[in-house]
Design a protein around this ligand. Structure first.
Ligand code: NAG
Ligand code: NAG
Ligand code: NAG
Ligand code: NAG
Length: 452
C-alpha cells in the first residue's frame, strides 16, 4: 500500500464521539464521500492521511504534526538506463504442461502451457474489512468486469489486541496464527470468491509499512526495538516470519487460485526509520530475499514467488531518487535470484519527487523495467501505479508503453466497489466500475490479451 512520503503532512486527529468505537485498528474512519463509522476502537485514533482517506491508527488522542522528508533529487549527467530496445522479448523455453497453476516461461506467464495474461487490480482490503462473502464476490465481479485476470491482496494483519479480521495476534513475543472465522477461514472465503470470478491472487505476506502491522510488529514484539531494519537480519525475527509463512502458505499449497506469494509489500531499509542501525544496504535485503524465497520454495513448489518491491534501481549517481538505491533495493540483482520467479515494480512519481514530469518519467520507468525483464529472461509486472490528477490521460500513456514495450503485465492501485453499505476504501486512487479510469483499464487489458 502506498503512503505519501513527500512533503509536510499534517495529521489531524478526531476525538471519538462515543465510548463504543466500532472501526478496527487500521480501518477507514473518514475521507471524501466516506459514509461509514468514524469511531475508532479504543487505543487508536482517526488520523487524516489525505482528503480521501482517514485511518484508525494506534495511539491516543492528541494533535500531532509530522514532517516528511522529500526524496533527494541529484542532478547528474549520467544516464541511468542503457537501452529501451525490446524487440528481442521472446521466449525459447518449453511451456510447462497442464498443472492448473500459473507458471513462467521466459518472460511470459503460462497456464496449462498457454500464455496467461496478468492484468488486474490491487484490493488490499478484500479480506481485512469484515466484508461478507457476498461483498467479496461483488468486489471480484466488479474487477473481473474490466477483463482482469489477477488481483493482488494482503495475506497479513499483525495485531496486539485482536479486533476485526486479522491473521496473527501477538502476546508479548508470542505470536498466534488466527485460524478462525476472522482469520484463515476468512481468507479461505477470499480465495473462494476470487475463484468463483475467474481471478488469480498475488498474496503479500507482510508489509514494510505499519499498515496492518507489518515488519515493525515482529521487531517490536520480539526484540522490543523500533529498528525496522532488524526485520531483515535478526534470527529470532526471521524464524517468526518463517513460522507465519509456514502456516499461511502451507494452507494453500495445493490451491491454484493463488498465483504467487510475495515476500513483503514494498520492502525497504536504510533510512526507513529514525532509529535505523544504518548498516542495512541493498546487499542486506538481497540476502533476506534469497533466504525467504528459498524457504517458501522449500515448502511450496507449486506457486510462483516474487518480492513485492517498488522496483528501485541501485545506481547511486543516477539523476532521480528511485534509481539511486537509497531504499535498500537493487531491482536487477534481486530479479536474478533463482527462487524469484518474476519481477515487481510500482510507479508513484508524485510521491517520488517527479510531480512536474510524471507522464514522461513514468513512461521511462516502464521502459527501463522492460529492459530489465529482457536481460533477466523473467516476467516483470508493474504491480502498483497511481497518480492523483489527469488519471485517464496519464494511465493511457503508461499502459500504451506497457503494451508496446513488451512488459509482461500490470495491476493498477487500486480496485473500488460501491457496496450497498458504502464504498470500499478510497485513498484517492480507487477505480470504480462507473468511473473514468475503468474503460482505460478495460481497453489495455484487451490489448495485453491480444498481444502475441
Ligand atoms: C462524492 O460524491 C458525489 C456525489 O455522488 C460525486 O459527485 C463526487 O464525484 C464524489 N467525490 C469523489 C471525490 O469521489
Ligand atoms: C488446467 O489444467 C488443469 C489440470 O488438468 C485443469 O483442472 C484446469 O481446468 C485447466 N485450466 C485451464 C484454465 O485450462
Ligand atoms: C518502511 O516502514 C517503516 C516502518 O513502518 C517506515 O517508517 C518507513 O517510512 C517505510 N519505508 C520508507 C522509507 O518508506
Ligand atoms: C522527464 O523524465 C524523462 C524520463 O526520465 C527525462 O528524460 C526528462 O529529462 C525529464 N524532464 C524533466 C524536465 O525533468
Amino acid at each position: 500500500m502506498l503512503k505519501l512520503s513527500v512533503g509536510a503532512i499534517a495529521l489531524v486527529l478526531y476525538l471519538p464521539s462515543t465510548a463504543f468505537a466500532t472501526v478496527p485498528e487500521w480501518g477507514q474512519c473518514g475521507g471524501i464521500n466516506f459514509t461509514g463509522d468514524t469511531n475508532c476502537v479504543s487505543g487508536t485514533v482517526c488520523e487524516v492521511q489525505n482528503a480521501y482517506y482517514s485511518q484508525c491508527l494506534p495511539g491516543t488522542a492528541s494533535v500531532t504534526l509530522t514532517t516528511g522528508t522529500a526524496p533527494t533529487t541529484i542532478t547528474s549527467t549520467i544516464n541511468p538506463t542503457t537501452s529501451t530496445d525490446t524487440t528481442t522479448a521472446t521466449s525459447t523455453a518449453t511451456p510447462p504442461s497442464a498443472t492448473g497453476f500459473v507458471k513462467t516461461s521466459g518472460t511470459a506467464f503460462t497456464l496449462n502451457g498457454s500464455k496467461f495474461t496478468v492484468a488486474g487490480e490491487n484490493s488490499y482490503w478484500v479480506g481485512l474489512m469484515g466484508y461478507s462473502t457476498t461483498q467479496m464476490n461483488q468486489a471480484f465481479s466488479d474487477i473481473a468486469g474490466s477483463g482482469a485476470t489477477v488481483v493482488r491482496t494482503w495475506g497479513f494483519n499483525e495485531v496486539t489486541s485482536p479486533n476485526g479480521d486479522y491473521y496473527q495476534s501477538w502476546s508479548g513475543s508470542t505470536p498466534t496464527i488466527n485460524t478462525g472465522a476472522t482469520g484463515l477461514q476468512n481468507f479461505d472465503n477470499v480465495v473462494a470468491a476470487a475463484k468463483a470470478n475467474g481471478i488469480r491472487l498475488i498474496v503479500a505476506l507482510t508489509n514494510n509499512w505499519s499498515d496492518y502491522g507489518g515488519m515493525d510488529v515482529y521487531v517490536k514484539q520480539i526484540l522490543n526495538s523500533a529498528d525496522h531494519d532488524l526485520f531483515y537480519t535478526n534470527a529470532a525475527v526471521i524464524a517468526a516470519y518463517k513460522n507465519y509463512i509456514s502456516a499461511f502458505v502451507g494452507r494453500y499449497v495445493n490451491e491454484p487460485t493463488i498465483m504467487a506469494w510475495e515476500l513483503a509489500n514494498e520492502p525497504r531499509c536504510t533510512g526507513s526509520t529514525g532509529t535505523s542501525t544504518g548498516t542495512c544496504t541493498t546487499a542486506t535485503v538481497t540476502a533476506w530475499i534469497k533466504e525467504i524465497s528459498a524457504y517458501i520454495k522449500s515448502i511450496d513448489s507449486n506457486h510462483l514467488v516474487a518480492v513485492g518491491d517498488e522496483g528501485f534501481y541501485n545506481e547511486p549517481s543516477a539523476p532521480t531518487y528511485p534509481y539511486q538505491g537509497a531504499e535498500g533495493i537493487d531491482f536487477d540483482v534481486n530479479l536474478a535470484i533463482s527462487s524469484i520467479d518474476f519481477g515487481t515494480f510500482h510507479s508513484y512519481p508524485e510521491s517520488w519527487g517527479q510531480s512536474a514530469n510524471e507522464t514522461a518519467w513514468g513512461t521511462q520507468w516502464i521502459a527501463d523495467h522492460a529492459t530489465s525483464q529482457i536481460n533477466a529472461k523473467k516476467p516483470v509486472i508493474l504491480e502498483e501505479f497511481g497518480v492523483t490528477t489527469n488519471q485517464p490521460s496519464i494511465y493511457t500513456t503508461w499502459l500504451n508503453e506497457i503494451v508496446s514495450s513488451g512488459l509482461t503485465g500490470e495491476l493498477i492501485w487500486q480496485a473500488g466497489s460501491h457496496f450497498s453499505t458504502g464504498d470500499t476504501p478510497n485513498d484517492g486512487y480507487a477505480v470504480y466500475p462507473d468511473g473514468a479510469v475503468f474503460p482505460v483499464i478495460k481497453a489495455a487489458t484487451a490489448q495485453l490479451k491480444a498481444r502475441t
